[in-house]
Design a protein around this ligand. Structure first.
Ligand SMILES: Nc1nc2c(ncn2[C@@H]2O[C@H](COP(=O)(O)OP(=O)(O)OP(=O)(O)O)[C@@H](O)[C@H]2O)c(=O)[nH]1
Length: 365
């Protein structure tokens, strides 16, 4: 890439990132979530609102239309403040109210006053989409019903300019009907989008679950465990790496299905033995990783020993086969000085030592 192309692409990237930072008010994670989408749309709407209302307010003030000018100016200021508020708090529900309620009032005022040369009513068609997006189907439709009622009252009882400007009598009813059509279409659109988003979220959650779960034991798999540990807010936890001793013999003597059954039973023993908030994963074939937090190093060791003895005492019964199993454990601690990867390697080394020293035992530092 030439120097010119490089600097062009840097400028383009900088512009794009400042544009996104502005509209996402600095939110960088999870930009596809419904909440972040709302923040984005509110901000976009308020920015466009300022761009339109500020010049129009200045024009109206210049033309001596004091009330209209001041109303538009207040909206522009409110929208600008809304951006600052949203940037500081990311609170889109309150911020959304700052957008929609002034918008209702402004639209009713425009229809009531006629706006510039009786054109005020042409702006009302932006209301349904914004109301439904910000407040959802139910609340949005209720508010739009009240808004339509207010429109009817204002046009039929206070909209004197319709007659003064010589509009045809049919215009009022056409405005109401066309507004209702836009509400209807926006409602269908909002419904299908939220339905689609719901399905997408459900499918994504299912896929995440499948991707992070072991099919046989239904414990976390290696990927799921690593993700959980990496995302954990805990600064320190103890890792217990367990491997079934001579597992090959179970497969060879009783068949692969008996081996599968043994792995499932073992997982169940882990599940019921684990304290709440701690996790167990199937780390590989007959290898399991348990992560314990809120325990001292010797408590973690004792937990591994207790689990080992529990498995040793357990009788596995599959069809007419009865057999026993033992586990070897390697224990290591992840903390400020030892990273997760290092702790896993240490646990693995200690598990290897446990195997070399005769199996059915727990090794720690
Ligand atoms: N039934 C069944 N067997 C599995 C599964 N995953 C791995 N294995 C078996 O686990 C056995 C592991 O054997 P080895 O690695 O030799 O270890 P081991 O027999 O447990 O001996 P040590 O670990 O040295 O005590 C292999 O026979 C694999 O086929 C599984 O999902 N189901």
């Amino acid at each position: 890439m030439t120097e010119l192309n490089k600097s062009k692409s840097t400028v383009k990237n900088t512009l794009k990132s400042s544009w996104l930072t502005f509209f996402y008010v600095g939110i960088k994670d999870d930009v596809f979530s419904e909440d972040t989408r709302r923040v984005f749309i509110i901000n976009l709407f308020t920015s466009v609102g300022v761009i339109f209302t500020l010049p129009l307010s200045l024009l109206s003030l210049y033309q001596g239309k004091l009330t209209l000018g001041l109303s538009l100016f207040s909206i522009a200021v409110l929208y600008a403040l809304n951006h600052v508020y949203l940037r500081r708090t990311h609170n889109h529900s309150l911020s959304g109210n700052f957008v929609i309620y002034p918008l209702y009032i402004l639209m009713i005022y425009l229809v009531y006053s006629g706006g510039v040369n009786g054109t005020g009513h042409v702006w009302i068609y932006c209301v349904p989409a914004v109301a439904l997006f910000l407040h959802g189907m139910n609340k949005g439709l209720i508010e739009l019903s009240f808004f339509t009622l207010a429109l009817i009252i204002v046009m039929y009882f206070f909209g004197g300019h319709f007659e003064e400007l010589g509009y045809h009598e049919a215009l009022k009813s056409r405005i109401i009907f066309s507004f209702i059509v836009v509400v209807f279409l926006s409602g269908i659109y909002e419904y299908s989008i939220s339905r689609f988003n719901f399905e997408l979220k459900e499918t994504t959650n299912k896929l995440k679950l499948v991707a992070n779960t072991d099919v046989l034991t239904e414990l976390l798999n290696r990927r799921g465990m690593l993700q959980r540990l990496e995302a954990s807010s805990q600064k320190s936890f103890h890792l217990l790496l367990a491997d079934v001793d001579f597992f090959k013999r179970i497969n060879d003597e009783y068949g692969h299905d008996a081996g599968d059954y043994a792995l499932t039973e073992l997982s169940q023993i882990f599940r019921v033995s684990l304290p709440e908030n701690d996790s167990a994963a199937r780390w590989g074939g007959e290898e399991f990783l348990i992560a314990l937090c809120n325990k001292t190093e010797s408590e973690a060791f004792m937990f591994a020993e207790a689990l080992r003895q529990r498995v040793e005492a357990f009788e596995f019964v599959y069809l007419d086969h009865r057999f026993k199993l033992t586990l070897s454990f390697g224990v290591a601690t992840m903390n400020a000085t030892t990273t997760l990867r290092e702790a896993i390697t240490l646990a693995d080394n200690r598990l290897y030592q446990a195997k070399r020293s005769g199996r059915n035992q727990t090794r720690r530092a």
